[in-house]
Write a protein that binds this ligand. Structure first.
Ligand SMILES: [Zn+2]
Length: 380
C-alpha cells in the first residue's frame, strides 16, 4: 500500500473500524466476536485470562497460590464507601450515564485483580492494616506499587484479549461478514470490501505496535518498581499529598501518563513518565497521594508547583480532571454518587471518554469536582 494511503487510514481508521464492529455487535448477537467482547466486558471472565504473581520473577520460591488482590483496600476503604455491600465502580469502559445502576457492584468484586500470590500480597500489610501517615515513604511507595500492579495486570489482559479477538476476526469468516454488512442494505462491491479489509488489517498492525510499545514500557517500569520495593529504596519515589475535608465519597488507584500541565504545556509528549495516584478516605477526610519517580522530577516540577499554588477548590478540580482524563479504577459511595445531577453525569461521561488532553488543552477542562458531588458548580 502507498504511503499516502497509509496515513489516510491511520487518521480515519479507528472510527471506521469501531463502527464496523458496533454494527457487527448489533447484527450478530451470537457471533464469536460478540462472545469475546462480552467475555472481556465480564470482569471475572477477563480476569481469568491472566493470573500471575508480579514478584515471582524476583522471588519465586516464596510464591504460593494467586488470589483476588484488591487494588483498593477492601476492609478499610471499600467498606467505608459501600452501601449494602455495593459501590459504584467506574473503569475504562464507556460510562453510560443513563444507566448508572449498571456500575453498582459488590465491594468484593470492585477493583479486584490477579497480580499477586497470597504470600506476596502481604507486602501491602503496612497500608492494609495501618492508618496512612503523611510522609511515610514506605506507605507512599506501596500505594504506588499497587496502582502500578493493577495496571500492569490489566495490560497483560488487554494484550491477550486483543490477540484472541483479532485472531477470531481474521481467521474465520466473521470479517467477511462484517464487510458485507457494512454497506447497509446494499452489499459493497468486491473492490470496496478488499479496501476495507486492508483497513482492518492496518488497524490490527497499528494496535499491535501500540501494545508492544506499552508492553516494553511497563516491563521496564516493573523492573525499576520491583527492585526498589525489594531493596526498600522507597525514597526513589517523590509524592505530593493533599487532605480534602470530605468524608467517604471516592477512592481510586491509578497509574497515569499525564500529557500536559495546567497551562496546556506538554511535559510528557511521548508519555514515557508515569505517575501514580491513590485516593482514599481516612477518618473525616479524603487523602490524595500523587507520586512519580524521583529521576523524573524535572518533568513534574512545574506541574507540582502549579498545584501547590492553586486554591483548595482548584486543587480538587485538578485531581478530578486528572482522574477523569487519565485515571481508572474509580470507586464512589452510591449514596454520594446519586447527588450528581444529569448535567454532571454527562460531563463525567464526556471526560472519561476523552482519555487525554488535546494539544494546548489545559489540565483543568471539565468543571466537575468529583470529591463533592453535592456542590457541583456549572463553571470554575
Ligand atoms: Zn508470589
Amino acid at each position: 500500500m502507498k504511503k499516502s494511503n497509509d496515513s489516510v487510514i491511520y487518521n480515519h481508521f479507528p472510527a471506521l473500524f469501531d463502527r464496523m464492529i458496533d454494527q457487527e455487535v448489533d447484527h450478530h448477537e451470537k457471533s464469536k466476536v460478540n462472545n469475546i467482547i462480552q467475555n472481556h466486558g465480564n470482569r471475572i471472565g477477563s480476569q481469568s485470562l491472566i493470573s500471575i504473581c508480579l514478584l515471582s520473577e524476583h522471588d519465586r520460591s516464596d510464591c504460593n497460590f494467586i488470589i483476588d488482590a484488591h487494588s483498593i483496600q477492601n476492609n478499610g476503604i471499600l467498606n467505608k464507601l459501600s452501601e449494602k455491600g455495593k459501590v459504584i465502580y467506574l473503569n475504562r469502559e464507556r460510562f453510560d450515564y443513563t444507566n448508572v445502576n449498571k456500575y453498582l457492584v459488590g465491594r468484593n468484586e470492585a477493583t479486584v485483580f490477579r497480580g499477586f500470590c497470597k504470600n506476596h500480597d502481604e507486602i501491602f500489610n503496612p497500608i492494609e492494616h495501618k492508618q496512612y501517615e503523611f510522609d511515610n515513604l514506605q506507605q507512599n511507595y506501596l500505594f504506588a506499587y499497587r496502582a502500578f500492579a493493577k495496571e500492569y495486570t490489566n495490560h497483560q489482559q488487554d494484550a491477550e484479549f486483543f490477540k484472541r479477538y483479532i485472531e477470531e476476526l481474521i481467521n474465520n469468516s466473521t470479517l467477511e461478514s462484517i464487510l458485507e454488512k457494512h454497506g447497509g442494505d446494499k452489499i459493497p462491491g468486491k473492490d470496496s470490501r478488499e479496501m476495507r479489509k486492508k483497513v482492518v488489517l492496518k488497524r490490527h498492525e497499528i494496535r499491535k505496535k501500540q501494545i508492544e510499545t506499552l508492553n516494553k514500557d511497563l516491563e521496564d517500569l516493573k523492573q525499576v518498581m520491583t527492585i526498589n520495593l525489594l531493596k526498600e529504596k522507597y525514597g526513589k519515589l517523590e509524592s505530593f499529598t493533599l487532605s480534602i475535608p470530605v468524608q467517604n465519597t471516592i477512592a481510586s488507584s491509578s497509574l497515569l501518563y499525564i500529557y500536559a500541565d495546567l497551562n496546556g504545556r506538554p511535559f510528557n509528549q511521548k508519555l514515557k513518565y508515569p505517575s501514580f495516584l491513590s485516593i482514599f478516605p481516612q477518618n473525616d477526610s479524603t487523602i490524595v497521594l500523587f507520586s512519580y519517580l524521583k529521576k523524573h522530577r524535572s518533568y513534574f516540577s512545574e506541574l507540582i508547583s502549579q498545584i501547590h499554588n492553586a486554591s483548595d477548590y482548584q486543587k480538587e478540580l485538578i485531581f478530578s480532571n486528572i482522574l477523569m482524563k487519565y485515571g481508572d479504577n474509580i470507586v464512589f459511595s452510591p449514596n454520594k454518587f446519586q447527588r450528581f445531577d444529569n448535567k454532571a453525569l454527562e460531563i463525567l461521561s464526556t471526560a472519561l471518554d476523552s482519555r487525554t488532553q488535546m494539544p494546548g488543552e489545559k489540565l483543568v477542562y471539565y468543571p466537575l469536582n468529583l470529591f463533592r458531588p453535592n456542590s457541583y458548580k456549572p463553571i470554575i
